[in-house]
Design a protein around this ligand. Structure first.
Ligand code: ADP
Ligand code: ZN
Ligand code: ZN
Length: 817
């Protein structure tokens, strides 16, 4: 009986592909190992062996695999299960998950390589100049890549030459697969064997008495190696002895020292563990006990603790205990909260046991961490990472912490799989029976809802650590300020007063301005009203091209209004100003102070973000203007004033989550003020000082926000009461896209009726010459999620079978945020 293996290929295929195995291969191969397999006409791909069996595929003849690439499984069985779960829940393919899960360097490339058939004897036939050059080069080098041949012959079209030589039976061409990952080698030195005896060491030093700088190196060498027996890095020897490389080389040439190379970890920690025991205050202690109770009852914990209440210290204590039990801890954070500040804080406790994993790391660094965790080496025990770290090959996960769990950046937007790291981390944790703790000062409505319904265990922490008071929040009514001519640019007189007072005290200031809007929002300058959709809880957006006000969720639209619908004033305008404008105004107002800006434009480079944060920490910056980047978990000691330039901006964002988000953002940014001793101050400028969200922010009343928003979600059929799947159709052809969207919406409506909304043009209906159209499917709680997806999947398959829609791509987003 022949053997077969089902392989997950890094391609968006609906199914695994089956290949044939030799018996010895079948005995050696384990699920989770990589195999190189042919696919399509001539391509070789690296895939993951998923299962080995003896059932031949029904509809095609299995091809043999090309080769097995691992000696041991690279992917654990739990990961394979996890991938499968993600692909089915998020309606993506396993191939997409594979691509998201593995650092690219693990997916080998195929490349043409040529070799001589017979190296010893030169061919008898006549060769052209190019052919001769190539053969000669191959006699020296044994093999060449096609690209190298191009360089060698200095031309682009080398394939005809190669082909001729293959036909003449001189060359052979094979597809060779090579590993892209290159371990980092470090140069070390050691004492040559014959000088290791005590006596010969003295002799050696004596013999060098006339070469003082060489003698100096050897003295340094002995003193450095006396303390630790570890191999000595060539670089450190040079640095410590202050000698020149030439002098060192002389010693190596004399055979006194020997040089050798060794693989080293790229990602290592050089500091020392400095932190002492954590002593909790009363509130932390109570919270800690409660969290453990929930864990004991196998519940996911939700730690709702206000900013600076000491949540991080609680996480650290939990991690300590998990490490003591010999297990791994995963600490998930939104990408931009992964600052050196936090990493250092954890390193102080856990030293080199801390591993950091996120997208700014190079492929090689990620490969190293992946391997470390797989081999559960000592250092692989606390993993701090952004969302993709859920894909690491954990073997003994004991704890998952999801900090800032409300952050929408935990959701992958593009490409597929469009997973939510918080939600999948809970699934991952359950495979290991690991404890799971979500933490936030402003939990996501969904999470709090789960806690209220006893699905999660709620723990509240309402006091700041160290008797620090929560900042005092003042709302500034800029509508009145405008009327009374008390505005200077975008600054109210109150904000300017507070800025001046804070600068005088040598304290720092953060000014927050979020510019998320793509198209501007219509706003009344008299009463601050912006038109709302009657069917959804969102603001209408002004579209200048057709002069309409539109709802992006249900498609409702009206003609652009010339008068305010609330107060009939004709003084209406489109709104939108960004951080840059604020920065410019500030510089004119406070020419003697250092002002910096932190937003996407100023933080492009790898360390740009870090640089600004460090400068701010060192008090080299007085005022920091920024977008939501300034809100993320930063712990600055000297910030005493936070200004929110325009709260309405956030509130009017056309999204059913806009109010929840505004609340979260404003409280988070407010939390940056007065984290030590002195009570901080927060000023919120708004045209709508009585807006319920602003009121709730000013009193820090999460419960009120939750209650009110939940009601709206219930009324308008949004999460957590209804789940949402969004289908986005994209095509370069406008009318095909529309026809296709109508077809899909109709097919879905046939099954799901009123729960299908759209098709509707998204606010940005064309991106890079592709037209977009959205269909929303709402899933009530009592309806089976699995069945719904199954049906939707079938409809999508029929859709794909329609020739006329071939140019249309459908992007499926389950639980869009
Ligand atoms: P959060 O994560 O809730 O915003 P942090 O854990 O950052 O709060 O705590 C706020 C500040 O209080 C930090 O500077 C932290 O070092 C300090 N802190 C919190 N708990 C303790 C503790 N038990 N002992 C000493 N310092 C603490
Ligand atoms: Zn008005
Ligand atoms: Zn609407």
């Amino acid at each position: 009986m022949p053997y077969f293996v089902d392989v997950i290929l890094p391609l968006p295929l609906d199914k695994r592909f089956t290949y044939e195995l030799l018996e010895e291969e079948a005995k050696f191969l384990k699920p989770g190992m990589r195999v190189a397999v042919p696919f399509g006409k001539s391509k070789i791909y690296t895939g993951i062996a998923a299962n080995i069996h003896q059932r031949p595929p029904e509809v095609y003849e299995a091809k043999p695999i090309h080769q097995i690439l691992d000696k041991e499984a690279l992917i654990t069985l739990k990961q394979l299960k996890f991938w499968k779960w993600i692909s089915s829940y998020y309606m993506s393919t396993e191939g997409d998950v594979l691509r998201a899960a593995l650092p690219g360097a693990f997916l080998l490339e195929s490349e043409g390589i040529i070799q001589l058939k017979n190296k010893e004897t030169l061919p008898e036939t006549d060769l052209s100049d190019d052919e001769f050059l190539l053969v000669e080069a191959l006699q020296r080098q044994s093999s060449l890549k096609i690209q190298e041949v191009m360089k060698l012959l200095d031309k682009k079209t080398v394939l005809p030459i190669i082909n001729r030589l293959i036909e003449k039976d001189i060359l052979m061409l094979n597809q060779e697969i090579y590993e892209q990952y290159k371990p980092k080698k470090t140069r070390f030195v050691k004492l040559s064997g014959k000088y290791r005896e005590e006596a010969s060491m003295h002799e050696l030093l004596d013999s060098l008495s006339r070469a003082p700088s060489q003698r100096e190196i050897m003295l340094t060498y002995f003193s450095l190696t006396a303390k630790s027996r570890k191999p000595l890095k060539l670089k450190s020897l040079l640095k410590q002895s202050k000698a020149s490389p030439g002098t060192l080389k002389a010693l190596i040439d004399k055979g006194i020292l020997e040089e050798f190379q060794q693989e080293t970890d790229r990602v290592s920690f050089s500091g020392e563990i400095t932190s002492k025991e954590i002593v909790f205050n009363k509130f932390q202690q109570e919270a800690f006990v409660k969290i453990k109770e929930h864990f004991a009852a196998n519940k996911v914990g939700l730690l709702h603790g206000i900013t600076s209440s000491g949540k991080t210290e609680i996480y650290i204590q939990l991690i300590k205990e998990v490490l003591a039990a010999g297990k791994q801890a995963l600490y998930l954070l939104p990408e931009i909260a992964l600052t050196t500040q936090l990493i250092q804080r954890l390193q102080h406790y856990f030293g080199e046991k801390v591993l950091v994993y996120h997208s700014k790391y190079s492929v090689n660094e990620r490969v190293e961490i992946f391997r470390k965790i797989l081999n559960h080496r000592d250092s692989g025990q606390v993993i701090i990472g952004a969302r993709s770290s859920v894909f690491l090959p954990f073997t003994k996960l004991g704890l998952v912490v999801v900090d800032e769990e409300h952050e929408s950046s935990f959701k992958q937007y593009d490409p597929s799989p469009r997973y939510h790291a918080r939600d999948v981390a809970i699934v991952l944790g359950s495979y290991f029976k690991a404890n799971i703790l979500l933490g936030s000062a402003t939990p996501a409505l969904e999470s709090y809802f789960n806690a209220q319904h006893d699905k999660y265990g709620l723990v509240e922490l309402n006091r700041r650590f160290g008797e620090v008071l929560v900042p005092e929040i003042e709302i500034v009514d800029i509508k009145t300020k405008h009327k009374k001519k008390r505005m200077t640019g975008h600054f109210s007189d109150r904000l300017l007063e507070e800025i001046k007072a804070t600068l005088k005290e040598d304290e720092q200031i953060i000014l927050f301005q979020n510019r998320r809007g793509f198209s501007p929002i219509l706003e009344c300058n008299t009463c601050g009203h912006s038109p709302q959709c009657p069917n959804c809880d969102v603001s209408l957006t002004y579209h200048s091209n057709n002069n309409q006000l539109r709802c992006h969720y249900c498609g409702y639209h009206i003609a652009m209004q010339q008068k305010c619908m609330a107060c009939h004033s004709t003084d209406i305008s489109t709104k939108g100003f960004g951080t840059e404008q604020i920065e410019t105004e500030l510089k004119a107002l406070f020419p003697d102070h250092k002002i910096a800006r932190m937003d996407q434009d100023t933080t492009r480079g790898k360390y740009a973000f870090e640089k600004i944060i460090n400068a701010f920490e060192q008090q080299e910056i007085d005022i920091l203007v920024g977008t939501q980047m300034v809100t993320k978990g930063l712990d600055f000691r000297h910030v005493n004033l936070v200004g929110i330039m325009n709260a309405d901006n956030l509130l009017n964002f056309p999204d059913f989550r806009a109010h929840e988000r505004s609340f979260q953002l404003m409280l988070q940014v407010a939390g940056r003020a007065g984290r030590t001793k002195k009570r901080g101050k927060v000023l919120i400028q708004s045209y709508n000082p009585n807006h319920q969200i602003i009121q709730q922010v000013s009193t820090g009343d999460y419960a009120a926000m939750y209650k009110e928003q939940l009601e709206e979600r219930y009324n308008y059929k949004y999460p957590p009461f209804y789940r949402i799947i969004r289908f986005t159709l994209k095509s370069r052809d406008y009318s095909t896209n529309n026809t296709a969207a109508d077809w899909l919406a109709k097919s879905l409506t046939n099954v799901f009726g009123e729960y299908v909304l759209g098709p509707e043009f998204p606010p940005v209906a064309r991106i890079r010459n592709e037209y977009y159209k959205n269909i929303l499917l709402k899933i009530p709680q009592q309806q089976s999620l699995e069945k719904t997806k199954e049906v939707a999947h079938k409809i999508l398959l029929s859709f794909k079978a329609i020739g006329a829609f071939r140019s249309v791509r459908v992007v499926v987003n389950v639980d869009p945020v």
